[in-house]
Design a binder for this molecule. Sequence first.
Ligand SMILES: Cc1ncc(COP(=O)(O)O)c(C=O)c1O
Length: 405
Amino acid sequence: MQHIIWYPGHELILKDIVRAENCHLYDSRGRRFVDLESGVWCTSVGHANPRILRVIAEQSARIAHTGFGYSNGIVEDAARGILSLLGFQNGKCVFLCSGSEAVEYGVRTAQSILRKPLLMTMMDSYFGAYGSASRKEEREWFCFDWTACAACPYTGECDGRCEHWSSIPFDKIGGFLFEPGSSSGLVRFPPDKLIRELAAAVKGNQGLLIINEVTTGIGRTGAWFGYQHYGLSPDIVALGKGLGNGYPVSVTAFAPAVIERLGGEPVKYAQSHQDDPLGAAVAWEVVKVIQEEGLIERGRGIAAGLLSELEGIKERTGCIREIRARGLMVALEMKDNADASFTINIHRELVRRGYVLGRRPGINVLRLDPSLTIDQQDIEEFLEVFEAVLSDTAGGGQEMDPSSF
Ligand SMILES: Cc1ncc(COP(=O)(O)O)c(C=O)c1O
């Protein structure tokens, strides 16, 4: 692995995974690991899902990629299906290659028609690796710190009596980019009331509501989309990750009113794999698998059992400070030192015992974002091992060496 530039800060622990099936990863020695984070939250319907494999083979054999002057019917079929899921039947969408790109496309489009100069967003949101939303420069963005709102007891309407609300320059805000829950992988959910009132204030001024569903979309939170938990009506939606089940495809979707406001002038943006048939076919098949196999309800059921068991482990071990979850998007904030060494050790020991969880470098949070197709038995076995690892590791223990795996 000496010639690979790996994700900065992240620890490459398992260097020899040779095969995967649903939530199981196998290394060259035949050892099995349970993938509880779906790669990078991507394999929504499981690694090597047979229906997705079949569509990849069949669409590749027909036509995978097209040029600027020709297309294939699957792209329109997939667009229609995804738009109807969003309630944008007369809208339009574009197929792209990553979540970052889908957000950036939505932001550039919004910026091309905004009636006021700034986009608002929450301070702790992550939108991708590049573009305006990753830089969040002051001349383009107002970033709202909602920390104080999390514990606000006031039940009346937010207004100018509150210093936090008054700090928002609504007269300069032309749109609100909201990411409903991942919060840079820490899984924090801003209060419903706050989000509904922010969205209403921006939309009331003819502003645009852009929703980043890259992590929260496609069933992850127990609904098709994270914004549904807030009762919002978005104008632009970015989808990625789980939409491709590991294949790099993303979508930016626009409500009919936005298309009208664009007046037939989409943003000037083109890349070689835009609207490729292969990506569109994969995305459409993922949606159909989730629909036809009832995976959102299934995920909700698995999540309910998982959460109640995790609460029990929290009580019994005293090692977990807080559990934050919505559907199968779960964060466990551990009681730890500033260097997060306990969390690191727990993470490594779980990998050693066959369980791969999400962990951000230097942060005392472990994440579970398994596929909607995960077997109940995998969850039950994990819970048993997790409790044992917490009990064994609590109170110190030695720094573990990941190279020994
Ligand atoms: C909330 C959120 N938005 C956007 C992105 C960017 O997606 P991608 O990494 O596919 O470019 C990520 C990536 O982790 C994310 O967590």
